[in-house]
Design a protein around this ligand. Sequence first.
Ligand SMILES: CC(C)(COP(=O)(O)OP(=O)(O)OC[C@H]1O[C@@H](n2cnc3c(N)ncnc32)[C@H](O)[C@@H]1OP(=O)(O)O)[C@@H](O)C(=O)NCCC(=O)NCCS
Length: 155
Amino acid sequence: MIRSFLQSDIPQALPIEEATQIAPWSEVAFLRCFEAKYPGWVIEDQGQVVGFVLLSLAVGECHILNLCIHPKAQRRGFGRQLMEYALDWAKEQGAGIVYLEVRRSNLAAILLYQNMHFKQIGERKDYYPAGRGREDALVFARDIGIEVFLEKGGL
Ligand SMILES: CC(C)(COP(=O)(O)OP(=O)(O)OC[C@H]1O[C@@H](n2cnc3c(N)ncnc32)[C@H](O)[C@@H]1OP(=O)(O)O)[C@@H](O)C(=O)NCCC(=O)NCCS
């Protein structure tokens, strides 16, 4: 089940974040998202939160800020379901484009995004902290504005 990410979900989200991310967000980073009123959703399996997505939306641009699925719940379609839910929501809000960044080494996420028709549009050198030094980010985008236009019959 997918439902809104509530501030009271942070204690369940933090261990998922810590188990999956190389440079995990702190509680404060999650709280800032709530202060900024960024939308987010969690996905539950048997009543337990097993993953979440957070995004921002402004001037027609949607940015995926965080997406995590608990290691024990990965490869069961939850990541894709959350992303599809977030993209449907962004389309309803009239967003034109969705952007995200991903570590160059994060093959699982890169394959997920490619599978979901995101295209690599650039890279940011040394964007992320890494074990030793820094790691590049690949920037991906998906033009959802044109999808909505075509879904409505185009011209
Ligand atoms: C990336 C992540 C969110 C994927 O979530 P998930 O629930 O495991 O992914 P799904 O089961 O929905 O997989 C959807 C598709 O993504 C790709 N994929 C996901 N994990 C993969 C893996 N380990 N290896 C290869 N492909 C993978 C596949 O194409 C898969 O489709 P398929 O199962 O039909 O082959 C999850 O691995 C995760 O939380 N990783 C750590 C945090 C992270 O990297 N977040 C993204 C930051 S940009």
